[in-house]
Design a protein around this ligand. Structure first.
Ligand SMILES: NC(=O)c1ccc[n+]([C@@H]2O[C@H](COP(=O)([O-])OP(=O)(O)OC[C@H]3O[C@@H](n4cnc5c(N)ncnc54)[C@H](OP(=O)(O)O)[C@@H]3O)[C@@H](O)[C@H]2O)c1
Length: 273
């Protein structure tokens, strides 16, 4: 697929999802290096994904063209410092960070030089190949852009952003939003139990309905989501009664305000790290 070597530094949940997607979509496992400071976790990755593994981050960085920084945000500075201190030329390597709340400028500062950089904001459904990744790149070639897009398309869909601040908007729209859907599902599930359905029944009913609604939207891309809702909301009917109540309670405004709170938190995090 490509002759680039890519190293994942800190192979936890997110790297595992991306590597799994890459292998399914045809990337050569031998072009992928996974690192983890924990030998047991690394052995599992080697066994399940058949990629190259090492506990030595510097060895992986030296061998790779593309380096994915995938440790928790608060560990990033310490990790990057080890690259700065080592005798490795990183000036021509492409770095990808999946960490929330760390800007390109800050990452470059941590790495000690203005390296080629992509910030990526994936979401948890990437673990199932149903993810969305927002991408923002600086100083990258068209060929590198294509490569990065192939990597992240392997876990779902990838969208390039023309402005770094849009990464925070993506956090509100797709990064954090699985939790908004879960909260809605949770509320329906709780009420179903209150109405007398068993825990098992309530869970099954809510998850099947969420799946059905998502699949209806996916299978009819020419019909707007507002129209899909209107189609199942006859005036004076039962759904209409429920939807009108949600509107009177300002559900759309509450969701918009919640997303603004999410963006404000992402902006504040950028100042903290
Ligand atoms: N999971 C998500 O849904 C999601 C979504 C969007 C963005 N992200 C971002 O993705 C990044 C990774 O998240 P994650 O959920 O995959 O975290 P994770 O499961 O904790 O994975 C990180 C792994 O890296 C290891 N590690 C830490 N420092 C290391 C070092 N210096 N060298 C080698 N390995 C090291 C950790 O080991 P220990 O277990 O010993 O700490 C851990 O196994 C984070 O920056 C997060 O903000 C995650």
């Amino acid at each position: 697929m490509s002759n680039k070597t890519i190293a994942f530094i800190g192979t936890g949940n997110m790297s595992y999802a991306i590597i799994g997607g890459m292998i399914k979509s045809g990337f050569d496992a031998q072009s992928i290096i996974a690192t983890n400071r924990n030998a047991e976790k690394l052995a599992k990755v080697a066994e399940q994904l058949s990629v190259r593994t090492t506990q030595d981050n510097l060895e992986a960085v030296a061998a790779a063209d593309v380096i994915v920084l995938s440790v928790k945000p608060q560990m990033m500075a310490e990790l990057c410092k080890t690259f700065q201190d080592a005798d490795i030329d990183i000036s021509e390597k492409l770095f990808i960070s999946v960490a929330a709340g760390i800007t390109v400028a800050r990452l470059r500062e941590m790495l000690g030089q203005p390296v080629k950089m992509v910030r990526c904001m994936p979401n948890t459904p990437s673990l199932l190949g149903r993810g969305v990744s927002g991408l923002y790149g600086v100083d990258i070639s068209d060929e590198e852009k294509d490569y990065v897009e192939q990597v992240f398309s392997s876990t779902g869909i990838a969208l390039w952003l023309d402005n770094e601040s849009k990464i925070n908007d993506v956090i509100a729209v797709t990064g954090s939003s699985p939790a908004y859907f879960f909260l809605f599902m949770e509320a329906i599930e709780e009420k179903a139990r209150a109405l007398g359905f068993s825990t098992e029944e309530a869970r099954k009913l809510v998850q099947q309905t969420a799946l059905g609604a998502a699949e209806m939207a996916l299978s009819q891309p020419d019909i707007s989501i507002a129209q899909l809702r209107a189609n199942v909301t006859s005036k004076g009917g039962t759904t209409h009664a429920a939807v009108e109540h949600l509107k009177e309670q300002q559900l759309p405004k509450t969701v918009a305000d919640a997303m603004d709170a999410c963006i404000a938190r992402a902006e504040a995090m950028e100042k903290e790290i």
